[in-house]
Design a protein around this ligand. Structure first.
Ligand SMILES: *Cc1c(COP(=O)(O)O)cnc(C)c1O
Length: 680
């Protein structure tokens, strides 16, 4: 599908955007193309009115020009002074109506791409939000190269496609060398189509435009098909060359995968051009939405300095700054940062450090690691060793090290939270008995604080984490908090440990650390642990561990931008009403025939699908109900990924209430389709 709407922007105010819009529209009309125009913002003047009249359009002025201010000022000032609130959604609706009516719609901006429309919202954001390609209007003459190339670069750096540059001749004068050569220079250095030049007109009329421009403007180039991504070929190549994670490839080969081409805010775009809400934050990583200008910008700026340099024997700027910032926001017990690249390596490092710590300080018997039933800490052998999900465990049994799996209850899909809580604390009391006896052989306990994510969003009863932390203190056993999933706001606070005022000895971070932009992990330790490794070189008590990309500057720059956005945009604060809203909306799912228990902690949600509520019958795992519901929910424009018979919702923290509601509605429909109507 070719996009049939174009955003017309200028290199500056007064370069003749409206004139160019009128000329282009007239030429389209002459070809029998139904063309509409829109000027979302107008500050003084009669441009929109003139367009309507010159083109003989019958649309209401409000739909051609939704926002009008009477002073000739930048929109962000003009509309504020007149106390006019701007709704981008409204503009989208207006455009959608015009798009229904016309073959082509030309949307004229105001000023250039970086003109502010309202608080933190520029003209370029509007072009992106309206999903339009751009045509740039430039002034013909000396000095146009710089402005035009800057505009092209800016547009492209934000992912907009520039369909061409059209020149306007500002005055009637003889064309000299700049007028003749500048368009060629712009074509060359901007790698862009030149659509033509509109000569100086004293006053415009349809006849004059047609007489002087017909055949001189390269209209076809505007909609020239870009080389479209060929979904069929991509899918074929994917199936030929890729091996997907956690995937039975036999199943994969039998279905049609969705290929993601781009993303923006909380939406993913497929190569087919359809947009989907990213309902699980691209596997629990995305925080502030996709293509956030601050994070993209930070990565791009760092790339201009140095993309990678090693931490083995050298230091680098972003990794230093990030370590300082992480220590500042982490629970106060933590003072040192060890980098790696994934949640699994963060855990691997934590376990090795905990083990070696006791060896280093001479308590050589303290070797055992305790972890919990249903826990998940990653897929490398060390992290699988402390994992409690049997399915991932079984095959690798002979390869993994011995650890103690502490039995904790699993919440019933049929509710009864009280029973769960009671048996949970009984399990912790038994752990106390165990530690009393075994503490001299126990190095550490590893835990997913508050929520065992991969288990199906198992929310620990209130106080359990604190209780565990107290036990570790009492018996001098290290506490490793794996906040790979729960960190960075996911449970409603920056870190889950905060909610029970727990200060772990070791903290593992990954998923949300770069807001979902680049692979980076960090293992934070307390001063005591760090001191346990400070010995003379010859004693060989160094921590012998490091990855090639440890402390990668690009990833650290992304993480720094992430933390900056948390502070500037008050992400955690703004999350609170959204969590409440989500809780409220989730209640509507409770009534569905085949929904059992729903667990929520902040923005982590697990919805259990059950076969028969009254008779307490669960679906057999082979029925793949979770997979089926998540396949179905794509029809409603939402991407989800289940954990067995549990549907997971974990949207980016930046999501709007409106989109949250869309996820809930889509999920409810998909669940009903799959569980109540057998045909799916
Ligand atoms: C995802 C996850 C991991 C593993 O992280 P990767 O980056 O996939 O290696 C470890 N611990 C927890 C709690 C996780 O959710």
């Amino acid at each position: 599908m070719i996009k049939r709407s174009i955003f017309i922007t200028g290199t500056d105010t007064g370069v003749g955007k409206t004139f160019a819009t009128c000329a282009l529209a007239t030429l389209f009309q002459e070809r029998g193309v139904k063309v509409g125009v829109m000027k979302p913002f107008q500050c003084a003047g009669s441009d929109a009115f003139d367009l309507k009249n010159n083109l003989g359009l019958d649309d209401a002025m409000e739909s051609i020009n939704p926002y009008f201010a009477s002073e000739p000022l930048s929109p962000h000032i003009a509309f504020r002074r007149e106390k006019i609130k701007i709704s981008i959604e409204y503009i989208k609706d207006c455009l959608a109506r015009l798009q229904k009516k016309y073959d082509v719609v030309l949307v004229e901006g105001a000023g250039g791409l970086l003109v502010p429309i309202k608080e933190r919202y520029l003209m370029i954001d509007l072009a992106r939000d309206l999903d339009l390609d751009v045509v740039i209007v430039a002034r013909l003459g000396l000095g146009t190269i710089n402005h035009t190339l800057l505009t092209i670069e800016q547009a492209r750096s934000r992912g907009l496609s520039v369909r061409g540059v059209i020149f306007n001749e500002p005055t009637l004068s003889k064309r000299k060398i700049p007028e003749k050569t500048n368009p060629l220079a712009i074509r060359k250095y901007g790698s862009v189509n030149i659509l033509g030049t509109i000569p100086y007109f004293k006053d415009i009329s349809r006849q004059k435009i047609l007489k002087r421009l017909k055949g001189n403007i390269a209209l076809d180039k505007i909609f020239q098909q870009e080389e479209r991504l060929n979904t069929q070929k991509l899918v074929r190549d994917d199936k030929t060359y890729l091996w997907h994670p956690f995937t039975q490839m036999k199943d994969w080969l039998a279905q049609e995968p969705l290929v993601v081409e781009a993303a923006r805010e909380c939406y993913l775009k497929s190569t087919e051009g359809r947009w989907y809400i990213d309902g699980v934050s691209s596997l629990w990583v995305n925080v502030h939405g996709h293509c956030h200008p601050k994070i993209n910008g930070a990565i791009a700026r760092q790339a201009q300095k140095v993309a990678h340099s090693t931490l083995l024997g050298l230091a680098n700027v972003p990794s230093i700054e990030l370590a300082r910032r992480l220590v500042a926001i982490a629970p106060k017990s933590l003072t040192k940062v060890f980098y790696s690249d994934s949640g699994s390596t963060a855990v691997e490092i934590a376990v090795k450090i905990a083990y070696q710590y006791w060896q280093n300080i001479g308590k050589k018997k303290k070797k055992m690691i305790v972890h919990f039933a249903h826990s998940y800490h990653g897929d490398t052998l060390g992290s699988v060793s402390v994992g409690g999900i049997d399915l991932f465990h079984k095959v690798y049994h002979d390869l993994i090290f011995q650890a103690v799996q502490w039995p904790t209850p699993f919440p019933s899909a049929f509710g009864a939270a009280k029973d769960f809580s009671r048996s949970f604390f009984i399990s912790l009391r038994k752990l106390e008995q165990y530690l009393k006896k075994e503490h001299h052989r126990t190095a550490a306990v590893i835990v997913e604080p508050l929520v065992q994510g991969a288990a199906g969003m198992v929310v620990w009863p209130q106080g359990a984490l604190k209780k565990l932390s107290d036990l570790c203190r009492a018996y001098d056993v290290l506490l490793i908090a794996d906040e790979v999933a729960t960190g960075f706001g996911r449970t409603g606070t920056m870190f889950a440990c905060e909610q029970e005022k727990v200060c772990p000895d070791i903290l593992c971070l990954a998923k949300g650390l770069t807001a979902g932009y680049l692979p980076l992990a960090a293992t934070l330790t307390s001063e005591r642990i760090y001191q346990g490794f400070l010995f003379d070189y010859k004693e060989q008590k160094t921590f012998f561990h490091g990855h090639t990309y440890t402390g990668n500057p690009l990833a650290c720059a992304a993480a720094l931008a992430n933390l900056e956005i948390f502070a500037k945009e008050k992400t955690i604060q703004k999350l609170q009403p959204k969590i409440k809203f989500l809780t409220k909306e989730l209640r509507s799912l409770k009534n569905l025939l085949h929904v059992g228990n729903i667990r929520q902690k902040g923005f982590m949600v697990g919805i259990d699908l059950v076969k028969d509520k009254a008779r307490h019958l669960e679906y057999h795992w082979e029925e793949k109900m979770g997979v089926k519901v998540c396949a179905r929910v794509r029809h409603y424009g939402v991407i989800l990924r289940p954990l067995g018979n549990t549907i997971v919702l974990m949207p980016p923290l930046a999501i709007s209430k409106q989109d949250l509601k869309k996820i809930i509605v889509a999920t409810a429909r998909a669940i009903r389709d799959v569980t109540e109507y057998a045909s799916f």
